[in-house]
Design a protein around this ligand. Sequence first.
Ligand SMILES: Nc1nc2c(ncn2[C@@H]2O[C@H](COP(=O)(O)OP(=O)(O)OP(=O)(O)O)[C@@H](O)[C@H]2O)c(=O)[nH]1
Ligand SMILES: [Mg+2]
Length: 171
Amino acid sequence: MIAVNIDTALIVQACDFDFNLRRLERYLVMVNEGHIEPVLLLTKSDLVSPEKLEQRIVEVRQANITCKVLPLSNITGFGMDQVRQLLEAGKTYCLAGSSGVGKTTLLNHIIGRDVFETNTVRASDGKGKHTTTQRQLIVLDQGAILIDTPGMRELANIGVSSGLAESFGDI
Ligand SMILES: Nc1nc2c(ncn2[C@@H]2O[C@H](COP(=O)(O)OP(=O)(O)OP(=O)(O)O)[C@@H](O)[C@H]2O)c(=O)[nH]1
Ligand SMILES: [Mg+2]
């Protein structure tokens, strides 16, 4: 159990080391199982070429993943307007993804101040240091509710049913 009463899950993967379609599918199964709308946020777009970013999005589509995909950079601010537009007052959003992908940095960006702690990733493989250790619910000034969560070490789909059918409807 990660959070409850979520309208939209913001599944966060970084464009560089962290990007992994199979893991993304497992997140989608979990989110669909909870009857929650999934949105994929591809962070760290500044670390890959525009061609690589385009290729990532093509790979997502080729895997029959149809959810909204928003590429962004917390460093350059690219894509941040689309993220802001996504967040509706009165709706609850949950950030979920591996450690180090920039969930808390994004939250700080949206708030406009460095309120919550972030940390650098390991240079060799881009892995995070599990900086956020508890779930935090923040009510944004514009009225949307955003929940930051600790980076997940692993995600397996155990005891899922409808989430599987919905995620792999073509099979
Ligand atoms: N280049 C680049 N670095 C980023 C971006 N977003 C975040 N980072 C960096 O990535 C590192 C990890 O960011 P965090 O926000 O702490 O990651 P997190 O997902 O909250 O990690 P946990 O709390 O451990 O789950 C920090 O050094 C950030 O500055 C981005 O868009 N581009
Ligand atoms: Mg964090």
